[in-house]
Design a binder for this molecule. Structure first.
Ligand SMILES: *Cc1c(COP(=O)(O)O)cnc(C)c1O
Length: 396
């Protein structure tokens, strides 16, 4: 089984829990309890009912006819963009907050870059009546005002991280510091398949509902459960983990993860971790990351804030190393062009992150009989400023 880690949280060579002594209590409490809780009937019932009635699941599997014609194969879009709050992130947040409640936690903290994970966390805290604090780099607070306002309207406290580059990495440090000081009543909701064990496994399990649904939906539409390809963008790797999960040990399904090349993988302005990363420890686990020869983590660049991360979750590092999935970089410009194309062809404006996955369709050769599923991780409302800028310069 390549989709689950061993008892120490390792997928092959990657994973584990590299944490300071001070976090040992919190992380061990989670590790010792998460499987019992999420596999209990009572948890499953509440989780499934909220995914259905609140998040809006199952999300449709949409046959994109116009896009298919252009690509020369059958393309289906898994519509995670139709989830409440506009992306797949809410699946994981619902799971973690139900878990936190069962562990007796009253306070929730999270860190956020662009604000999508922060908004999802603030949303579910409002629903559950829990106190929510979101740490965010002060530079990001300036850049992402609409999401900051959403979090505040939902009742969350947004705390600026003013150290270092004043972005996601610094917000993460602040959140960890807070957690160390409040170990008993607080749960830290991590937003992707990253961090110390058990987070990557826990988040992958909560997101695996995506491929669980795809199997059933494809059976109905095509009378088979397995597509030829599944394509998903990869930041930390949670939407891709969810879309791959139930297909990882199916040899006939080709899994393709799409990383952000930024301005190009050799430009010095990139987030293509698989392409240029090396082994190291990042945010509590062993994985691949972009670093200098002496181990300084490099700053990542992508036009899409959700993919702008110098590491990758250990599951993906493992799938890459074993050749079980293929990872391809897509540049900022290629993603923007793909977003415009999908909008005109299908009437769907994708998130910049998801547009990276769409861009692959015009780079690869497919057979006419191929069935391709693209996981559309989120919607593009938040990215209109970037899209319209390019649009005004192009005149079409
Ligand atoms: C956060 C985000 C991503 C990247 O995160 P993963 O954990 O790699 O899925 C991708 N798409 C959208 C819409 C996001 O909000």
């Amino acid at each position: 089984m390549n989709f689950q880690p061993d008892e120490n949280g390792y997928y092959g060579n990657f994973g584990g829990a590299y944490i300071p002594e001070m976090l040992y209590h919190n992380v061990t409490e989670l590790k010792n309890n998460y499987l019992n809780i999420i596999e209990s009937e009572d948890f499953k019932k509440e989780f499934e009912s909220l995914l259905h009635d609140y998040a809006g699941r199952p999300t449709p599997l949409f046959y994109a006819k116009n896009l298919s014609k252009e690509v020369g194969a059958k393309v289906y879009l898994k519509r995670e963009d139709l989830c409440h709050t506009g992306a797949h992130k809410v699946n994981n947040v619902i799971g973690q907050i139900l878990l936190a409640k069962r562990l007796g936690k009253q306070r929730i903290i999270a860190e956020t870059g662009a604000g999508q994970h922060g908004v999802a966390t603030a949303t579910i805290c409002a629903l559950m009546g829990l106190e929510c604090t979101v740490f965010m780099g002060s530079k990001d607070i300036q850049r992402q005002q609409p999401n900051v306002l959403r979090m505040k309207m939902l009742g969350a406290k947004v705390v600026p991280a003013t150290s270092g580059s004043q972005t996601l990495k610094d917000a993460t440090n602040e959140a960890i510091r807070y957690w160390i000081n409040n170990p008993n009543d607080t749960h830290y909701v991590i937003g992707s398949t990253i961090g110390p064990h058990p987070y990557p496994d826990m988040v992958a399990r909560f997101q695996s509902v995506i491929s669980f649904e795809i199997k059933k939906q494809l059976k109905q539409k095509e009378n088979r459960e397995t597509p030829d390809y599944i394509i998903a963008c990869v930041g930390g790797g949670s939407n891709a983990a969810g879309a791959f999960y139930h297909y990882i040990d199916e040899p006939n399904v080709k899994l393709i993860g799409v990383e952000a090349a930024g301005k190009g993988i050799s430009s010095g302005k990139t987030a293509a971790t698989i392409a240029i990363g090396t082994e190291g420890v990042i945010h509590g686990c062993k994985s691949l990351l972009m670093q200098t020869k002496d181990g300084q983590v490099l700053e990542a660049h992508s036009i899409s804030a959700g993919l702008d991360y110098p590491g990758i979750g250990p599951l993906h590092a493992h799938l890459h190393q074993k050749g079980l999935a293929k990872y391809i970089p897509i540049t900022d410009d290629e993603a923007i062009e793909a977003a415009h194309r999908l909008s005109k062809l299908e009437g769907i404006i994708p998130a910049l992150e998801s547009a990276h996955a769409i861009a692959i369709l015009s780079m690869m050769k497919f057979k006419e009989s191929d069935i391709i599923i693209v996981n559309l991780s989120g919607r593009g409302d938040k990215d209109m400023e970037v899209y319209s800028e390019k649009f005004n310069n192009k005149e079409n």
